[in-house]
Design a protein around this ligand. Structure first.
Ligand code: AMP
Length: 283
C-alpha cells in the first residue's frame, strides 16, 4: 500500500488508477459500501486485501435504493472517519462519487433484478433491489474488479447480485463474507446508531429468536409453528413491528415449507420504533 489512501471522485480519475494497476498486471477487489463504516465493513476490506493485489472501497449512499419515506436524508455519513479506517484496513483507493457523477442529467437506464428480488425485502421495499442492482452494475463496470466482496448481513442482496452476475455474464466473482456481531449477538449495522439505549437493549432479541428458529428447523420442528413462536418472542421482547420472519431456500429465497436437501436460511426484518433491523442465519 504505502502513503495516503487515495480518493477518486470522478469516473475519469477512477479509470486512471485502475488503468495503471491493470497495466501492471495487478488484480482488483471491490468492496461496495454506503459509508459510516464499522468493523463489519472493515472485515470485508481485509478479506478483499487477501483476494486481490489492489482494493477499491466505494462509499456511495445510493439514493435510488431508498424509497421516498425511508431514511436517505438521515443516513449516517462520516467520510473523513471512513477514509482513516480504510487506510488502516488495507484499502488502496476510495471511490466516492457525488450523486451527480453517478447519475448525471439524462441518466435513465436501470437493471431489473431477477426472481430472488421478489420475496421478503422485495415485498416491503419494492424498488430497493432495482436500485441496488443498477448501482452495483455501474460500480462493476466503473471499477472492473476481478472480485467483489459483499456481507451475508444483507443475504438477499447477495443472492440478487449473484443472480445478476450469472444471468448477465458479468466478468467478476462475488464473494460473501460472514456477519460480524456485537458480543450480545446484534449484527453490526450503520443503522444501529439510530437506536435509543432502551431499543439497543432489546435489539439482540431478533438474532436470538432467528438463531433458535434455525436450530428448531434443523431439528425437524414444523417450520410454520417454529416461525409463529419466533414472531411471539420478537414481539414480546419489545419490537414494535415485524415485517417478516421467514425460512427460505438459501439460493432462490423462495419460502421453504419443509426441511429438504437444499440449504435453508432464516431471514427477518423488524422495527424498533423508527429503526428497521434485518438479520439472517443459516439453518
Ligand atoms: P452497507 O454500507 O450497509 O451497504 O454495507 C456494505 C457492505 O457491508 C454490504 O456488503 C453489507 O452486507 C456489509 N455489511 C454490513 N454489515 C455487516 C456486518 N455486520 N458484518 C459483515 N458485513 C457487513
Amino acid at each position: 500500500m504505502g502513503g495516503k489512501t487515495k480518493i477518486a471522485r470522478t469516473v475519469k480519475d477512477l479509470r486512471k488508477f485502475v488503468g495503471k494497476w491493470r497495466k501492471d498486471g495487478a488484480s482488483i477487489a471491490l468492496v461496495p459500501t454506503m459509508g459510516a463504516l464499522h468493523p463489519g465493513h472493515l472485515s470485508l476490506v481485509k478479506l478483499a486485501a487477501k483476494k486481490a493485489d489492489r482494493v477499491v472501497v466505494s462509499i456511495f449512499v445510493n439514493p435510488t435504493q431508498f424509497a421516498p419515506h425511508e431514511d436517505l436524508a438521515r443516513y449516517p455519513r462520516d467520510e473523513a472517519g471512513d477514509v482513516a479506517k480504510l487506510h488502516d484496513a488495507g484499502c488502496d483507493l476510495v471511490w466516492a462519487p457525488a450523486v451527480e457523477e453517478m447519475y448525471p442529467e439524462g441518466f435513465s437506464t436501470s437493471v431489473k433484478p431477477g426472481s430472488a428480488a421478489a420475496p421478503l425485502e422485495g415485498e416491503f421495499r419494492p424498488h430497493h433491489f432495482a436500485g441496488v442492482a443498477t448501482v452495483c452494475c455501474k460500480l462493476f463496470s466503473q471499477v472492473t474488479p476481478d472480485v467483489a466482496i459483499f456481507g451475508e448481513k444483507d443475504f438477499q442482496q447477495l443472492a440478487v447480485l449473484r443472480q445478476m452476475v450469472r444471468d448477465l455474464n458479468l466478468p467478476l466473482k462475488l464473494i460473501g463474507a460472514p456477519t460480524m456481531r456485537e458480543k450480545d449477538g446484534l449484527a453490526l449495522s450503520s443503522r444501529n446508531a439510530y437506536l435509543s439505549a432502551n431499543e439497543r437493549a432489546i435489539a439482540p432479541a431478533l438474532q436470538a429468536a432467528i438463531a433458535e428458529l434455525a436450530s428448531e428447523v434443523a431439528n425437524g420442528v414444523d417450520i410454520k409453528s417454529a416461525i409463529e413462536a419466533a414472531n411471539r418472542k420478537v414481539r414480546n421482547a419489545g419490537f414494535t413491528k415485524i415485517d417478516y420472519i421467514a425460512v427460505a431456500d438459501a439460493e432462490t429465497l423462495k419460502p421453504a415449507e419443509t426441511l429438504g436437501e437444499r440449504p435453508l436460511r432464516v431471514l427477518a426484518a423488524a422495527w424498533l420504533g423508527k429503526t428497521r433491523l434485518i438479520d439472517n442465519i443459516a439453518v
